[in-house]
Design a protein around this ligand. Sequence first.
Ligand SMILES: [Zn+2]
Length: 84
Amino acid sequence: MPEPWADDGGLRREPVLDHDYAPPRVVRFVGWARCLRCRRPFFSEDVVRLRMCTGAVGGCRESDERFADGLTGGNYSGDRRAGG
Ligand SMILES: [Zn+2]
């Protein structure tokens, strides 16, 4: 998995490959995202599915696990909004 890099506002996305497949398959992308809830930037290990900040202290995902699952349901249409 790629090492986290400095906050670039979400410009850079690095694929994570699953080497169980041949050729290796991209299973997710890591990169900087902005928390849906507190709006803080955070390094997401899956920018598609993990949309709230994580962390040992004060991560929104921990405090509201309703959002931890089902994020890829059909209701998220604002995903491609540019800027931030
Ligand atoms: Zn947050």
